[in-house]
Design a protein. Structure first.
Length: 200
């Protein structure tokens, strides 16, 4: 396989909160990682379920507190990455609480965005990076996208990733996971591996 003209630095974030079992999220993340390595890219992986950190409980802590020591490496990895791919299952219509707590901790003022003149949100601290969000769910993906308007995904893309500078942001929705046949899983693995090869 020909090497890409420009290799990318990729951060793969596994946002599934259950580390006690292997889920489809993990299978697809592995396929993406395999593809990225086949494509000649440099990959780092971050498993949110393996991190021990407190939840934020006040605006003061978010604005003026320090990032927990367990998450300093996560911030370093975000600063290093050119492309971030985020995997998580849809729980109660949204990302799992552990992943949301992680993003709240790492996307702090002074790192993810900075004051610019009189605008406290003027500078997007993670500009110049692209992202892909891979979401697995029990409902059909078309139902989530068209009936529920993918509301939680759009919020993540607009109010978190886009807010701190990620662009473009692409998405992969894997629906009806409880009824996927083995051939369907293999097809999704192939799709994610190809995306990894292209660093998309």
């Amino acid at each position: 396989m020909a090497q890409p003209a420009v290799a990318q630095r990729i951060l793969l974030i596994e946002g599934h909160p259950d580390a006690s079992a292997r889920h489809l999220n993990h299978v697809l993340a592995d396929a993406y990682a395999d593809g990225a390595e086949e494509g000649g890219h440099t990959l780092r992986r971050l498993v949110v379920a393996g991190l021990d950190f407190p939840l934020l409980r006040s605006p003061q802590d978010w604005e003026h507190g320090s990032v927990p020591p367990a998450l300093q490496t996560a911030q370093d990895d975000l600063a290093w990455a050119q492309h971030v791919v985020l995997f998580f299952p849809l729980w109660l219509g949204d990302m799992p609480a552990l992943l949301k707590g992680f993003l709240e901790q790492v996307a702090r003022p002074g790192f993810a965005f900075k004051k610019e003149g009189n605008n406290p949100f003027g500078h997007k601290g993670l500009s110049g990076r692209s992202a892909r969000v891979v979401v697995t769910m029990g409902m059909p993906a078309l139902v989530y996208r068209w009936y529920f308007r993918a509301h939680s995904l759009k919020s993540l893309e607009r109010n978190i990733l886009g807010f701190v500078g990620f662009a473009p942001i692409r998405e992969t929705l894997v629906g009806s996971v409880d009824t996927l046949a083995e051939a369907d899983v293999v097809q999704w693995e192939t799709s994610l591996r190809k995306l990894g090869q292209r660093a998309q």
